[in-house]
Design a protein around this ligand. Structure first.
Ligand code: GUN
Length: 280
């Protein structure tokens, strides 16, 4: 079965839209973009479109790739103290001369919509809060949607990025799965993958996951975004793997829309948390 991420994401967006209609003041997302990464431009455009669709204000702050780090931090400080801003997102990747960690840690945890700050990330992992980075949240939602039991399952996460692989592996672990993380230095990837009940690939390598790596009836989640012969595709050889998997996500239309749906959900969580803080 093909998991229709777009329609599952739309359910979340519809309920968010209704919730936002009851707010007296509209939430506002500030997106900070540095440089001219083609993929980032597409992601940010999609985020802006969905914010508009559900009634969230969207402000974009764009810097050239040779900007000084201090200028970005100065902007973030201003956004941190601006009462009109609910949430701040710094689109990754950043140019090499910028220290990503320093930038992320300058975002107030009360506005850190990606849950990338060490405070929010450790709360997610250690306190099992419901506020996680957007893509792992979206993936867990899709896995639960298939009805497969996560507890005691064997999960393989291919990729160890701070945005997807690492937090996703920890989220699955918190749900009592047995998790193996594989990456570019892993030896004999096929052998590790073959026993997985749930296989997630978040690498960015077209056709990395082939049918001989997948256990029959496994759930396969494809987080990859690649272009092959001018066509958008994921990390999984969809045509062949879809014949043996029980559930599989397509690219596009699988994980991508879920990331944005959970971005919206996280904005609403920050909005409601901040209302509570201001009232008390
Ligand atoms: N770049 C790719 N995915 C993401 C994401 O979820 N958040 C941010 N901030 N940057 C990204």
């Amino acid at each position: 079965m093909i998991i229709d991420g777009k329609s599952i994401a739309n359910e979340i967006l519809e309920s968010s839209k209704i919730k936002i209609k009851s707010f007296k003041v509209l939430p506002c997302l500030a997106a900070v973009v540095v440089g001219d990464y083609e993929a980032s431009a597409i992601y940010v455009r999609n985020k802006a479109r969905v914010c508009q669709q559900v009634g969230i204000e969207f402000l974009k702050y764009k810097f050239p790739s040779n900007i000084q780090q201090k200028k970005i931090i100065d902007l973030i400080k201003k956004l941190n103290s601006d009462k009109n801003i609910t949430a701040i997102l710094v689109q990754l990747p950043l140019p090499r001369h910028i220290d990503k960690r320093t930038i992320i840690e300058s975002i107030s945890p009360l506005k850190d919509v990606d849950a990338f700050t060490s405070e929010n990330f450790s709360k997610a992992v250690l306190k099992n809060s419901n506020f996680w980075p957007c893509t792992p949240s979206g993936i867990i939602h899709l896995i639960k949607y298939t009805g497969i039991k996560i507890e005691s399952s064997n999960c393989i996460v291919i990729g160890r990025s701070e945005i997807v692989g690492k937090p996703l592996a920890l989220a699955l672990l918190n749900l009592d799965a047995s998790v193996t993380i594989c990456h570019s230095k892993t030896i004999n990837l096929t052998q590790r993958c073959i026993g997985a009940d749930i296989l997630i690939s978040a690498v960015g390598n077209p056709k990395l996951v082939t049918e001989n790596m997948v256990k029959p009836k496994a759930v396969v989640i494809d987080v990859g975004i690649n272009y092959l012969d001018g066509k958008l595709c994921g990390d999984v050889d969809f045509e062949k793997v879809s014949k043996i998997a029980s559930y599989i996500t397509p690219v596009p239309g699988g994980v991508g829309p879920m990331t944005i749906a959970f971005l919206i959900k996280n904005i609403l969580t920050l909005y409601e948390n901040n209302l509570r803080t201001n009232e008390s």
